[in-house]
Design a protein around this ligand. Structure first.
Ligand code: GLU
Length: 471
């Protein structure tokens, strides 16, 4: 049990979940699963000013949609109940007391005005403001009304190993007497996450690059508590589609549930995010969750920024659509179709043409599917194939009608229609002399599904009537 891998995703409920957050959750989940370990969801809600109502539900709904399931956390509980930091305040006080007893924490004696003065002085001297330079020689006992500060034990350089970025280091400038517990009684992120990672026995901490610069602070707390720190795996930044800057709201850093509204499959989002900063070491690109668990490895997380490529997301989604069962396809597609188009035969026409469900909307109203329930309006000229004469075209269409008339209603299927028409087309100088006018007569569109499938969906009567009209 000693070596059991324990990871956690520790979001703050300060807004919606976007691709960056979800990717962090996914990697931590995959690593725990791969090692038959535990994946914890912990909510870091200690900054009450930044909290956004509804975020907790949003986090839970997003992870549930993507099947990034936690072994311990909100709703399901676990041995470290509760999993909301705001409900764990006593625990942080307990750890604060340990630091006070060891002489590593003190109540901040200054008023806000005094601190402002220190800051201004430092600015005038063009020096960074460091609280530790104003550390009082003596201090009162902590009664909770003042912020509790960490008395950084040793101002020194730190070196540590990051599982992704290798050896990292930072000098003493990264250390300061930062706040452990604020005057409102809530701990800071810097302190609370360490207490929880220790209590929850987290072995691997995965998070973004923004935490590298604070790592010396974290390490000094671990030292003061005399606890071995977990392993750190820093994830590469996600870059905007142009690859030049970090992904911002304008380039797709939107609410992850919006992808659900647009009709992406959860499996595709997971697949896409897994590849945003990690690669399997071979050329595989399409993965189920189980395959990701199998293939995932921290050692293959990249260093350089991962470019957000929405075309790739569409491609991955299309590949996952292809892998759905007939039943799943039908259920999803029918949701977007008007009643009279909910016919089995139409499914392949649609599934081959979309990359996400929302694309169906464009096919239905004023789009390609119109041809199935509206008589096409077509121009004579467009019926003509290259320089074939109109008489020849009419004659070919007559032959088509004759052949199709012979098919019984129940045999009027894609395959039989194709056979019948191909027999005629193969005798012509060019197949297009028949297939083009048939397709155009049935659809009235410059581009459409092939004529056989259209005829199949339209049925015998409607097909013959449209061909007749063209003649
Ligand atoms: N609550 C922090 C955040 O949302 C978590 C960082 C961490 O994983 O330690 O950014």
């Amino acid at each position: 049990m000693e070596n059991k891998v324990i990871t956690r995703f520790a979001p703050s409920p300060t807004g919606f979940m976007h691709v960056g957050g979800i990717r962090t959750a996914l990697y931590a989940f995959l690593w725990a699963k791969k090692n038959k370990g535990t994946f914890i969801l912990r909510i870091e809600d200690t900054d009450k000013e930044r909290e956004v109502e509804g975020s907790l539900n949003h986090i839970i709904e997003s992870l549930n949609w993507l099947k990034i399931n936690w072994n311990e956390g909100p709703n399901i509980g676990g041995p470290h109940n509760p999993y909301l930091q705001s409900e764990r305040l006593d625990l942080y006080k307990k750890y604060a007391q340990i630091l006070i007893d060891k002489g590593y924490a003190y109540p901040d004696p200054y008023t806000e005005e005094q601190v402002d003065e220190f800051r201004e002085k430092a600015e005038l001297a063009k020096k960074p403001f460091l609280y530790r330079e104003h550390r009082p020689a003596k201090f009162d006992a902590w009664d909770g009304t003042k912020p509790l500060r960490f008395k950084t034990p040793e101002i020194k350089s730190y070196k540590w190993n990051d599982l992704v970025y290798g050896d990292l280091s930072a000098g003493p400038e990264a250390l300061d007497d930062f706040i452990l517990i604020k005057s409102d009684g809530y701990p800071t992120y810097n302190f609370a996450h360490i207490v929880d990672d220790i209590e929850m026995k987290v072995t691997h901490v995965m998070r973004g690059q923004e935490f590298i610069s604070s790592t010396p602070k974290f390490l000094s707390i671990y030292e003061a508590l005399d606890v071995k720190p977990p392993l750190f795996a820093t994830l590469p930044p996600i870059m905007a589609p142009d690859g030049k800057k970090k992904l911002g709201k304008r380039d797709g850093a939107k609410d992850i549930l919006e992808y659900r509204n647009e009709g992406y499959l959860p499996e595709a989002i997971v697949n896409f995010l897994a590849l945003l900063g990690w690669n399997p070491g071979d050329d595989r690109e399409i993965f189920t969750m189980d395959e990701l668990v199998e293939a995932f490895d921290i050692s293959r997380i990249g260093h350089s920024g991962a470019q957000m490529n929405l075309e790739k997301l569409d491609w991955i989604n299309k590949e996952h659509i292809k892998r759905l069962s007939r039943e799943e396809l039908k259920n999803n597609i029918f949701k977007y179709l008007p009643d009279d188009l909910r016919i089995e035969k139409i499914i392949p026409i649609i599934s081959e043409r979309i990359s996400k469900w929302e694309d169906i909307k464009n096919m239905v109203s004023g789009g390609e599917l119109d041809l199935f329930y509206k008589k096409p309006i077509f121009s004579k000229e467009k019926l003509i194939y290259k320089n074939t004469s109109p008489e020849k075209i009419a004659d070919n269409l007559k032959q088509a009608i004759n052949a199709l008339e012979k098919l019984k209603e129940k045999d009027f299927t894609n395959e039989n229609i194709k056979n019948a028409l191909m027999q005629i087309a193969d005798k012509l100088e060019n197949r297009g002399e028949l297939l083009h006018p048939v397709r155009y007569a049935l659809s009235g569109l410059d581009k459409s599904p092939d004529p056989f499938i259209i005829a199949d969906v339209l049925g015998k009567n409607e097909t013959l009537s449209r061909l007749q009209k063209a003649i």
